[in-house]
Design a protein around this ligand. Sequence first.
Ligand code: KG4
Ligand code: ZN
Length: 338
Amino acid sequence: MIILGIETSCDETAVALVKDGTEILVNLVSSQIDIHRPFGGVVPEIASRAHLQTLVPLLQEAMDQIGIKPSAVDGVAYTRGPGLIGSLLVGVSMGKALAYAWGVPPIGVNHLKAHLYAPCLEGNVLKFPLVGLIVSGGHTLLVEADSRESAWSLGGTRDDAAGEAFDKVASLLGLGFPGGPAVEKAARDGDPDRFQLPRPMLKSGDYDFSFSGVKTAVRYLVERIEREGEPIPTADIAAGFQAAAVEVLVAKLQTAAKAFRARTVILGGGVVRNGELRHKVQKVFTSPEQQLLISSPDLCSDNAAMIAGLGCLILAHGGGGDWEADADPNLAWGVGLL
Ligand code: KG4
Ligand code: ZN
């Protein structure tokens, strides 16, 4: 079964073709980072226009690269949410139009669930119970699953998403956009213990997160050092912030994995590209009874292979074919992994 995947939820236009849910035939991502950089963040209106310009040529390139004809495609999966409404509408419209023209089912996919599917593209098989953490620019979410059909949100951020906090701290430190990779790079030369930044909600006893406090602490710190006329110790602050964010993420994931006796721990989303986070989870989850699934960095950030892969599974489980699966910027987790 070959599924075309389309991803346009934020600032990456992406197209992929995936066979049988695991074999990536082609996976193209066109990033808009350079377009948004002068604005210091993603500008929604510009993002949707750029998707509109890029999507058709990217689709043509993907089909040409592997020499596939529309008649070989069994379904069209597209991200229906959550994300920026204007951006989502471009992908949803294209996905439905192609499905209609090709006479195959449209498959609306939840972007967050697709992030957790990403490690399955690399041949990993899920064992239940499972605990998953999605950390991206727009979301920070912990989920628990007893089976594919029964998966629930345990908690999420009460304010900024983890990636958003990285982006804002980068901006406070003058490190540019996108912030996550810039903070990680700066932190390499820094001392994470020089400034003790808060670990918000570390001991809150639930599975919620909060990142705005640590971001504000960074702002006050920068302002104080500026008032004192000293140079900003960018590397030390970046390292301190990264350590605080990673500690909270890993601690909550660890608590959930223990509470639900997880046999699989999965991480997904752009922030999982972060080397410190990857290193810390690899150090913590070492039990042979528990598999830790983290995909390769390129499959952590937004891509269409994860959309096509999950779309394939949805179709195989009798889903898809719903022409009403429209763009929903606030699409909730709901129930299940599909
Ligand atoms: O999943 P993603 O590609 O897009 C969304 O669905 O949001 O995640 C993008 C987020 C951005 O906030 C970006 O700064 C962050 O992931 N990110 C990182 C790193 N690379 C990307 N955060 C920390 N360290 C990184 N190396
Ligand atoms: Zn994402």
